[in-house]
Design a protein around this ligand. Structure first.
Ligand SMILES: [Zn+2]
Length: 391
């Protein structure tokens, strides 16, 4: 009896250990990365990682530990709808481009929107959640292409850490060191890192070490990134803006002089520890920088206009009235979009950026009533229209 009990508890212990050791999956399921930490975004580094949601919306976003949602924001651009979750260990998790918040968060956000009569509101909160709870649902707000952006920040939130240290980030293909060229006071190395087949989403490497005659000459690692704008701006010196037919690779600048006839070795690693080693031969002429953009200004005299209204179900089966926005040369002035009912009451709406559409839900508005929409572009051209969602 005692023996059987012993085996059972041992088994139970082993199973609990396995469960405890299973890595955190923000979407609660296996998902692949479409962007890695430290990728170039032109004027800044990508401070998190992106998970594909297979072009779908509404995948549950799972709490990594016990903690509190301390901030929620509903905006049309950038992060779109996003939350900040303060974990038990004080680290901050950011989940962005959400389609929807957990109901507890959503209730407070909607109240704030109606109070302010604004679609883009922010709230500081203190809503507790347990590890494994659903915090929100993935979407495409602010960006247009459904995926989950995940950030993992130090306590206080000023420094972004590589989230791959807290979860499984699969990368089965080692970086390719393509070529090298003299540049300025040093040289540059062209590298591309794919993580999976098909070769669609090139990633940032995790580390680059350069050896001169077996001595370490240069070393960098993408472990953390400061949100300080001055630090972020260093990307201009770090990754060169090269004019390449192959635009997916990065030219890493190495500000170090090379002695004549020395042997230069580059060692590049990705975030799954796949390594590539290549002896560099600097080829003058293969690196051409992009000419600096001349500032373009153009006049916008075309009024924004609205396309044919149609209805559709969202991921949860809730009916939506969708209003296409057309002809906005200078872009929408989001703060001046106004959606009201026949009694001039402000109506909660959403803005989808790809395609550009205003979205009104039936829980916020009776589709059988007329809807007044006013929108302006950034040049101040406005259009006002009475619409019907009842079709
Ligand atoms: Zn992202």
């Amino acid at each position: 009896m005692g023996y059987r009990f012993g085996i059972k508890s041992l088994l139970f212990f082993a199973i609990s250990l396995a469960a405890a050791a299973s890595p955190y999956q923000p979407l609660g399921r296996e998902a692949y990365l479409t962007s890695s930490f430290g990728e170039s975004r032109g004027t800044r580094y990508h401070a998190g990682i992106d998970f594909s949601t297979d072009k779908e919306e509404g995948w549950p976003v799972i709490a990594p530990s016990n903690g509190v949602v301390e901030f929620a924001s509903r905006g049309a651009f950038g992060y779109g709808r996003h939350i900040k979750f303060k974990a038990k260990d004080e680290h901050i998790w950011v989940f962005a481009h959400l389609a929807e918040f957990n109901r507890k968060i959503d209730t407070l956000i909607r109240k704030e929107m109606l109070k302010k009569e604004k679609p883009n509101v922010q709230l500081f909160l203190k809503i507790p959640f347990k590890k494994g709870d659903t915090l929100a649902y993935s979407g495409s707000t602010g960006i247009g292409n459904p995926h989950l952006h995940v950030e993992y920040r130090t306590p206080g939130g000023k420094v972004a850490l590589n989230p791959c240290q807290k979860m499984k980030c699969t990368d089965t293909i080692a970086p390719s060191i393509l070529e090298a060229a003299p540049f300025d006071s040093g040289f540059a190395v062209k590298i591309v890192d794919y993580s999976r087949e098909p070769l669609e989403n090139p990633m940032s490497i995790y580390s680059l070490d350069i050896y001169q005659n077996k001595e370490l000459l240069f070393s960098k690692k993408y472990d953390s990134l400061s949100f300080d704008p001055k630090e972020m701006a260093k990307i201009k010196d770090d990754l060169l803006d090269a004019e390449d037919i192959d635009t997916v690779s990065d030219w890493h600048f190495i500000n170090a002089e090379i002695k004549a006839n020395s042997k230069i070795l580059a060692v590049a690693k990705d975030f799954a520890n796949n390594v590539s080693k290549t002896e560099l031969k600097l080829k003058p002429g293969v690196l051409k920088l992009v000419a600096k953009d001349t500032i373009k200004t153009f006049l916008d005299t075309v009024l924004p206009s609205l396309g044919a209204v149609y209805s559709k179900m969202d991921f949860a089966g809730k009916p939506q009235c969708r209003i296409p926005v057309l002809n906005t040369l200078s872009g929408l002035d989001f703060n001046s979009i106004d959606v009201r009912d026949k009694d001039n009451k402000w109506i909660i709406f959403d803005y989808d950026s790809d395609p550009k559409e205003l979205v009104v839900e039936r829980r916020d508005f009776d589709f059988s009533e007329p809807l007044n929409v006013k929108l302006c572009d950034k040049a101040g051209n406005c259009v006002e229209r009475e619409l019907s969602c009842d079709n």
